[in-house]
Design a protein around this ligand. Structure first.
Ligand SMILES: *Cc1c(COP(=O)(O)O)cnc(C)c1O
Length: 465
């Protein structure tokens, strides 16, 4: 299939021309079967295997054939997005794993070292596992998070994988053997019971992994009941997904693609705002005909596609990439939503960009686009206390400062309150920032620390157990 360059070409390819794409996936055990890799130096292939034994690796044929520009490997951003790179591990970790593999160690030995290294990579950032798990009638609801008052996150067990894995994924830990986000067969009932009991919840955000790896029938079971009168307060249904990048066939040629679109349409007709929260890191991801076809088919259902992504060294740390991506997204009817800061987990050492530089890139990209693309907020850190946006750099009383605000807060009262941190050119995360003006702490810290100490999250009036 030929690529569409820059802007959409009309008319789109007939769907019939796209039939026949079959999903084929490779993990670290099938490295040798990826023919595109055979032209790479032996050493480079070995280095990728070393990293893939610690961090998750999974890539499919569509990504290999249609997204990666093999002439530009290893610098190609789509290659960096999916294939492990030596710099993703600390040198000492890399060497330890390389020695084991080169010495022909058995699987169990390799697995044990992998576990050790993984434990040092902050596998559960922002206290996700402890602080945000909701309860119903005294039971904790595994597979759900309720951090911000109006939005419940739901992780359906059938959707805890992806069509390919991103090398920088902040949920990487669950793909390397941590099954603690799995839950029981009655999960749909529990989800609906929880939502029914929480009329303050206006948004359900189905996430993963990628919910779009599920068969449509599962999505029907989870989402169709939202049309019931007792769940009418759940106005907005969001689905977080990378499938428009990794497997747009999901909406075009998969056997249950049409059923999926009909489900979205029923939700829209039933009065819901349906939003696909699409993860796009680079404009190249939306530059294939089948992706454009998928976008058009989704929009035809009345669903909205909003886009979000982290800012990453080696992939998109360049204002012109973001500006071009946002312009193309607006052009095909998608709405830019968030620019994130790479989280403090996994391969962050390889991808992280200092906050000062992240803000400069955001600002420069914003300046290159019209107001229609300026809907993207950020750069935003999804940290323990909430989503903190870097609004800018300025001077107050002779001190250089970051201007910050909560876009979302564990306590809703924190939202949209400006606060200041001492400017720091190197800092890459909230916990590296110091309050400005000689103050001893940020305004939210006493309350947040108390919640962490108690270990069961902030018990707001809206979080009755
Ligand atoms: C980002 C996020 C949401 C959604 O926040 P919005 O600002 O409404 O998009 C909900 N829950 C969690 C845990 C989040 O990180």
């Amino acid at each position: 299939m030929s690529k569409v360059s820059g802007l959409p070409r009309q008319p789109f390819a007939q769907d019939a021309a796209l039939v026949g794409s079959r999903f084929k996936v490779y993990t670290e055990r099938q490295f040798d079967q990826i023919s595109a890799l055979r032209s790479l130096p032996r050493e480079q292939r070995f280095a990728m295997r070393v990293v893939a034994n610690v961090l998750p690796f999974r890539v499919n044929q569509y990504v290999i054939d249609q997204l990666i520009d093999w002439e530009r490997v290893p610098d190609d951003p789509m290659f960096q997005l999916t294939f492990p790179q030596p710099g993703m591990l600390a040198p000492e970790h890399f060497d330890q794993m390389a020695d084991l593999l080169a010495g022909g160690a058995d699987r169990e030995t390799v697995r044990l070292l992998a576990r050790e290294i993984q434990a040092e990579l902050n596998p559960h950032p922002a206290g996700q596992q402890v602080l945000n798990v909701p309860r119903l009638n005294g039971l904790t609801l595994e597979g759900m998070q309720h951090k911000y008052r109006e939005t419940v996150l739901f992780f359906p067990s059938q959707g805890q994988t992806c069509h390919s894995y991103c090398t920088f994924c902040f949920r990487w830990a669950q793909f390397v053997g941590d099954k603690s986000l799995r839950f029981s067969a009655k999960e749909a009932d529990r989800l609906h019971a929880y939502l029914q009991a929480h009329t303050e919840v206006s948004d359900l955000l189905v996430t993963g992994g990628d919910p779009m790896v599920m068969k449509t029938q599962h999505l029907v079971d989870y989402l169709e009941p939202l049309l019931r009168p007792d769940l009418a307060h759940v106005h907005n249904v969001r689905i977080g997904t990378k499938s428009l990048t990794f497997w747009p066939q999901r909406y075009v040629t998969d056997a249950d693609a049409d059923d999926l679109l009909r489900l979205l349409e029923r939700l829209v007709k039933g009065g819901k705002h349906v939003a696909l929260m699409a993860h796009f890191n680079h404009w190249r991801e939306l530059d294939t005909e089948i992706c454009r076809t998928a976008i058009r088919r989704i929009r035809d259902t009345g669903a909205v596609i909003r886009t979000q992504a982290p800012l990453l060294a080696h992939i998109n740390d360049d204002a012109s990439i973001w500006a071009r991506m946002w312009r193309m997204q607006v052009c095909v009817g998608m709405v830019p939503y968030y620019m994130f800061v790479e989280r403090d987990t996994g391969a962050r050492r390889y991808f992280e960009v200092p906050l000062a530089r992240a803000w400069a890139i955001y600002r420069e990209a914003m300046q290159q686009v019209s107001g229609l693309a300026r809907t993207a907020r950020g750069p935003s850190m999804s940290a323990g206390p909430g989503k903190v946006e870097i609004q800018g750099v300025t001077e107050i009383g002779g001190e250089r400062v970051f201007v910050l605000r909560f876009l979302q807060g564990r306590n809703p009262d924190w939202v949209q309150r400006p606060f200041f941190a001492r400017y720091d050119e190197q800092a890459t995360w909230l916990d590296q920032l110091q309050p400005a003006n000689g103050e001893s702490h940020f305004f939210f810290e006493p309350e947040y620390k108390e919640a962490c100490r108690k270990g069961d999250g902030l018990r707001h009036t809206w979080q009755v157990s």
